[in-house]
Ligand binder design. Structure first.
Ligand SMILES: *Cc1c(COP(=O)(O)O)cnc(C)c1O
Length: 338
């Protein structure tokens, strides 16, 4: 099978507990009346409560260390799982970590609390100012003689994407060992790196099923549904996927039409918990004793449950829900959940 050699040749540090478990959701499958539901537990990657960014950080932190950087800068929302995992990874390697957070602090709970415990230095700005602030902060640090390493929002550049190419190789090995054929993979997408890596990995590994990402925050920028916003997003995702292919040294290149993104479950916007998320979170908790988060995995699971009810999946199909790990944020959404 592709690309074990190419992947192994690239610099990587160990941060995640791998492979993450692949589990059956027997009760939820029965409750929904099929299809067969599986979950890939990337909530258990293990870095200060885990999540999908840990896989990307294995490649990103390796580059930071290789470049002899002494501080790491990244950005996200007030309850960013990415920022929390970046703060933890930085602590592990003794690097100072600066987090540019867009918006207002909601509650000193969940990821924000952990950011502070992990030693992250917080910089609050307007959401639209995040990238400019990252550049500005990096300049300031350089003037002080520091060597900053900048990780874009979500860790979604070509190098970060490698984490999910590796994850797809890992999944294919698990499916082969357990002799399971998966027809659909479903997961949340936001900055797109996870999607880029899974789709690239699926292509390189010859995965035969469909890969569907459920968007949690690609709100079109006008009132009328704007196809161009989603098109722009997919062009960017495709570009980072091909950047990762180039880093791997493989010939394959992807096209935009190979990426499937669903925009039906944006609700009242990014990070706003509604009935969809509440139902999905409590159903999974009570059927399986398993937690999904309010912003990403709860919304994507809610979308998947809705698609099942619409009859989009056949009862004899197998659907894998890729849990990306954001239950830590539940603690900051108490009022919306109870
Ligand atoms: C960041 C994140 C995502 C989205 O991943 P992207 O690679 O940014 O698209 C999904 N789920 C969780 C829990 C996340 O923290």
């Amino acid at each position: 099978m592709f690309p074990a050699n190419q992947l192994a040749a690239l610099p990587r540090v160990s941060l995640a507990h791998l492979p993450t478990p692949l589990e059956e959701l027997h009760n939820l499958t029965r409750h929904m009346g099929g299809p067969r539901l599986l979950v890939k537990r990337d909530d258990l990657t293990g870095l200060a409560t885990g999540g999908n960014k840990t896989r990307k950080l294995e490649f990103l932190m390796a580059e930071a260390i290789g470049q002899k950087c002494d501080c790491v800068l990244t950005a996200g929302g007030p309850q960013s799982n990415h920022c929390r995992q970046t703060a933890a990874a930085s602590a592990r390697f003794g690097l100072e970590c600066h987090l540019v957070l867009g918006g207002q602090p909601r509650q000193e709970a969940g990821n924000l609390l952990l950011d502070e415990l992990l030693g992250g230095r917080l910089h609050w700005v307007e959401k639209s100012q995040r990238n400019a602030t990252l550049d500005h902060l990096a300049d300031e640090l350089r003037q002080q003689g520091r060597k900053p390493y900048i990780i874009p929002v979500g860790g979604s550049n070509a190098r970060g994407v490698l984490g999910y190419v590796a994850a797809m190789v890992e999944l294919m090995e698990q499916l082969e060992a357990k002799r399971i054929q998966v027809d659909h993979i479903v997961f949340p997408t936001s900055s797109g790196g996870t999607q880029a890596g899974i789709v690239l990995g699926a292509t390189l590994c010859g995965f035969q099923g469909q890969v569907t990402a459920i968007s949690v925050d690609q709100v079109p920028d006008c009132q009328v549904p704007d196809e161009h916003a989603s098109e722009r997003f997919l062009v960017a995702v495709c570009r980072v996927a091909n950047g990762a292919a180039a880093l791997l040294g493989v010939q394959e290149r992807l096209e935009v039409k190979q990426f499937q993104t669903n925009y039906d479950y944006l609700g009242a916007g990014y990070g706003v918990v509604g009935a969809l998320e509440r139902e999905a979170i409590t159903l999974l908790a009570r059927q399986e004793g398993l937690l999904v988060g309010p912003v990403y995995s709860g919304r994507a699971l809610g979308g998947l449950l809705d698609q099942i009810r619409q009859g989009i999946y056949k009862a004899d199909e197998t659907v894998l829900f890729w849990h990306t790990g954001d239950e830590t944020a539940l603690h900051a959404y108490r009022d919306d959940l109870l």
